[in-house]
Design a protein around this ligand. Structure first.
Ligand SMILES: Cc1cc2nc3c(=O)[nH]c(=O)nc-3n(C[C@H](O)[C@H](O)[C@H](O)COP(=O)(O)OP(=O)(O)OC[C@H]3O[C@@H](n4cnc5c(N)ncnc54)[C@H](O)[C@@H]3O)c2cc1C
Ligand SMILES: NC(=O)c1ccc[n+]([C@@H]2O[C@H](COP(=O)([O-])OP(=O)(O)OC[C@H]3O[C@@H](n4cnc5c(N)ncnc54)[C@H](OP(=O)(O)O)[C@@H]3O)[C@@H](O)[C@H]2O)c1
Length: 399
């Protein structure tokens, strides 16, 4: 890659440094460490990855994410090209105007692991009259069936099912596809603690549908296809607008981060330790089983005796007959948690947006009501308005 930064002359004549790399022009980072955090027997595959940012000009602050482009599985791309009956070396021009091939284009530039609506229309135009066409027209006639159909199928599934349709050219097939988009990962390191690096904690998306194993575009690539010590992962830094540590080093912080939601809190804790923060740090962490899914166990447990982490509450959801989640631990510690909040602590939540964040939100309102002696309405107002909007002490990074 070229220069580290582009120099821009501003209106007042000053020279400002602007990162040369961005979402549109990602930096090709080297993966320098790759470890499995979940142990054999786990239902999950979660990895600790270290990417080298040396030469990118990137800086980041705890709370920021790294945008990463993935790559489709080579075996899937090869099967797709075989089904299309096209030459893998079919010459194409990429967005930079460089000559490339159909295979390379399908590997990097398009979503291949999930079909879209457009392909169904493209196939319908190319299918001869007969049973396959009738079946496809049936699906296309019902919006819900289209959604259900494409939700679990990739292009290999679709082309196998409607194998009488033929795309004449690579361009005609590519015109049906959706361009690949980068994925965001919370940066799990403080830059000052790991100069020139960004650490990530990634749960790999793997599932089987229609008899074939499938994987995520970015997480599957990072786990299975990104070689170590090769500049192979296109990345950029995505700044967070609000998910930030307090400037006041004496302020307490409460962090709720089950699963990969722990990632930014690793950065928070490292940063607070380096800055010599006097405010206390309290972490709620959870995963399925303690024996196999306690991410960063050694490091986390070492932080308490060092005084880097003042309180650690753990919720292993599947180690007993009834589910225990982070919000259950919050409720058990309601009195103390309320004291911290009244004392001015910031409250952070990171991870699953669909279920966990709501459970934690409801628990916080219940704690405000029960411990603060507020009516349910006043407790909700305190959490939603005072903590979240006025004080900006309740901050979420959920996905
Ligand atoms: C701000 C932010 C921070 C994030 N931080 C992290 C982080 O630190 N760590 C982390 O791991 N992730 C994080 N994520 C999520 C991450 O960005 C990706 O969404 C995730 O890794 C999946 O991307 P992928 O490309 O691997 O999978 P994709 O190719 O996007 O595949 C995922 C899709 O596969 C399909 N799918 C999944 N399971 C099944 C199934 N069983 N059956 C059928 N279809 C299925 C679904 O359509 C799903 O949307 C974050 C997201 C945001 C927005
Ligand atoms: N877009 C994608 O395809 C994609 C891919 C990967 C991750 N993600 C997102 O990232 C999130 C984090 O994934 P992860 O694997 O790190 O962890 P996770 O799925 O959030 O699981 C972490 C812990 O949270 C528990 N949990 C489940 N439901 C909960 C609830 N309602 N309230 C509180 N805790 C609950 C889980 O318990 P049980 O499992 O025992 O119920 C588990 O112990 C996912 O949930 C998902 O939203 C998205």
């Amino acid at each position: 890659m070229n220069s580290i930064t582009e120099r821009n002359r501003t209106e007042d004549g000053l020279v400002a440094a602007k990162p040369a790399y961005s979402r549109k022009r990602p930096f090709w980072a080297k993966l320098t460490r790759h470890e499995r955090l979940t142990k054999p027997g786990s239902g999950k595959d979660t990895r600790h990855l270290v990417l080298e940012l040396e030469g990118s000009g990137f800086t980041y602050t705890p709370g920021d994410s790294l945008g990463a482009y993935g790559s489709n599985a080579p075996a899937v791309v090869d099967e797709l090209i075989r089904l299309l009956g096209l030459d893998p070396e079919w010459p194409l021009t990429d967005s930079e105007g460089d000559i490339t091939t159909l295979r390379n284009t399908l590997l990097r530039d398009y979503t291949v692991n999930r079909a879209n609506r457009k392909i169904l229309n493209g196939l319908a135009e190319r299918l001869p009259q007969g049973a396959q066409r009738d079946q496809l027209m049936d699906i296309l006639g019902n919006t819900d069936r289209v959604r259900e159909y494409i939700e679990t199928r990739d292009y290999v599934d679709v082309l196998r099912e409607f194998d009488q349709a033929k795309f004449e050219t690579a361009e005609a097939f590519l015109a049906q596809l959706t361009p690949a988009a980068p994925r965001l990962y919370s940066i799990a390191s403080a830059l000052e603690a790991h100069p020139g690096e960004a650490h990530l904690c990634v749960t790999v998306v793997r599932y089987t549908s229609h008899g074939r194993p499938k994987k995520g575009f970015a997480s599957g690539f990072l786990a299975d296809h990104a070689d170590l010590f090769v500049q192979a992962v296109p990345v950029y830094v995505q700044e967070s607008r609000s998910f930030r540590l307090p400037h006041d080093l004496a302020r307490d912080i409460i962090m709720v981060g089950p699963g990969t939601g722990f990632a930014p809190f690793r950065a928070f804790i490292e940063q607070r330790a380096l800055a010599g923060a006097t405010g206390r740090n309290w972490l709620f962490f959870g995963e399925q089983h303690r024996a196999t899914d306690f991410l960063y166990e050694e490091e986390l447990l070492s932080w308490k005796p060092k005084g880097v982490l003042n309180r650690l509450d753990l919720a292993f959801s599947r180690d007993q007959p009834e589910k225990i989640y982070v919000q259950h631990r919050m409720l058990e510690q309601a009195k103390e948690l309320w004291k911290w909040i009244v004392n001015g602590a910031n409250f952070y939540v990171c991870g699953d947006a669909h279920n966990m964040a709501k459970g934690v939100h409801d628990a916080l309102i219940r704690i405000a009501a029960e411990q603060g002696g507020l009516s349910p309405e006043a407790a909700a107002e305190f959490v939603n308005v005072t903590l979240m909007r006025t004080d900006k002490r309740y901050l979420r990074d959920v996905y």
